[in-house]
Design a protein around this ligand. Structure first.
Ligand code: SF4
Length: 385
């Protein structure tokens, strides 16, 4: 397949692994946070960690929009469907994320609520056009990547006078989350979690560009490489980070140049800025309230804001007891540290968001089974060397 297989070639992977092994300084460690769940899945699916030297560790970050949405917002969505009787449209992953008392949107649907899985905001608009007598709410989640389609749908609804359509906006922003992680006591000078550099978001950066991450290099003196999602992308980015660290540099570099530019997609940014604006603060699962880390609908499009149209009661429900998703999303715990992992909690019976989402770290550990034999794989590699 063109444009995918080229980035999975074994011979090139072996060459990169050799270059990384040759350039990684055995006298130091390299803790590299991959922000995105897409990177985590590439690392696990293709065994990238096994190709790295012992002193290079990938630290999983919070880059899974389903995982970071707090239980309270899912409760709000369930409330919209159950109490307000709306047609609630959302992406598939959100349907199964557990809320309080083991509830979920899927269970609400089974109980009679009108919850529908859609593939795009356009599907939700089409439902609203077909059912003018019903209120249709699109449960919008995602990082910057998915903000343009949400903004476009709101603009279209306004242009068409579609009064039965609104959006429950939960879009979150990556630079604010990275800043929050770097400011956290766990990562600060005295913190127990050391992060030497970042594999930066790729699809997000196709919209916002690589420039918004300059603060990581300038203010926090950490290198960041915008990295694609294929295994060779991840490995090349790791090599670029190693080189920066070895040379004492801290810069924003762009490995994903086939998609990302420094300025990003200006047309998409203008569309988003016209419809959405910064929230003062937003609660992230695992990170808590993060200032200016999310978007809300502008006053000029308030008629399409589900939070204003419906009386949504704030919920204070917390995470499922025993679930370590909050710590995993901060990079301080691994899925295998959770007592529920693979016993009570599996993809068929998820207890937390990190096991539900296709980008979740727990789902990555479980799906590719590498947790079962991590030591054995490394031993085999050492014997073969
Ligand atoms: S294994 Fe399940 S319960 Fe444990 S942290 Fe992951 S999602 Fe939460």
């Amino acid at each position: 397949m063109k444009y995918v297989d080229e980035f999975r070639r074994r011979d090139l992977a072996r060459g990169l692994a050799r270059a990384i092994a040759a350039e990684a300084d055995p006298a130091r460690g390299y803790n590299l946070m991959e922000f995105c769940g897409g990177h985590t899945h590439a690392i696990f699916r293709f065994g990238v960690q096994d190709l790295m030297p012992e002193n290079l560790r990938f630290v999983h970050g919070p880059g899974c929009p389903v995982c970071v949405l707090p239980v309270a917002r899912i409760e709000n969505a369930i409330e919209l469907a159950e109490r307000h009787g709306v047609i609630l449209c959302t992406y598939g992953d959100m349907m199964r994320v557990p809320a309080g008392k083991r509830r979920s949107l899927l269970k609400a649907k089974a109980g009679g609520a009108d919850v529908r899985m859609v593939y795009s905001t356009q599907d939700a608009l089409a439902i609203a056009r077909k059912a003018p007598e019903r209120q249709v709410v699109f449960f919008a989640i995602g990082f910057e990547t998915t903000t343009p389609p949400t903004a476009l749908a709101i603009k279209q609804a306004a242009a068409e006078g579609l009064e039965n359509f609104s959006v429950f906006c939960n879009h979150v922003l990556t630079p604010a989350a990275i800043r929050h992680i770097l400011e956290s006591p766990e990562v600060g000078e005295q913190g127990r979690l050391s992060i030497d550099g970042f594999l930066g978001p790729s699809h997000v950066s196709s919209v916002i560009g690589s420039r918004p991450y300059a603060f990581v290099a300038e203010a926090y003196r950490r290198p960041i490489v915008i990295a694609g999602f294929e295994p060779l992308d991840v490995m090349q980015s790791a090599l670029m980070l190693i080189r920066q660290l070895n040379e004492g540099r801290h810069e924003v570099e762009n490995q994903y140049r086939r998609v990302v530019t420094p300025e990003g997609n200006l047309k998409a940014q203008a569309l988003v800025a016209e419809v959405l604006t910064l929230r003062r603060s937003f609660e992230w699962r695992g990170l808590g309230p993060v200032p200016e880390s999310a978007l809300e609908i502008r006053e000029s499009f308030a008629a399409f804001d589900a939070e204003r149209r419906f009386d949504i009661t704030p919920s204070d429900r917390g995470d499922v007891k025993g679930c370590l998703c909050p710590s995993i999303l901060r990079g301080v715990k691994k899925p295998t540290d959770c007592k529920l992992f693979g016993t009570v909690c599996t993809p068929e019976n998820p207890m937390g968001s990190c096991m539900v989402s296709s980008e979740g770290a727990c789902a990555a550990y479980w799906t590719y089974g590498r947790f079962r034999d991590a030591g054995g794989t490394r031993r085999k590699r050492e014997q073969a060397a």
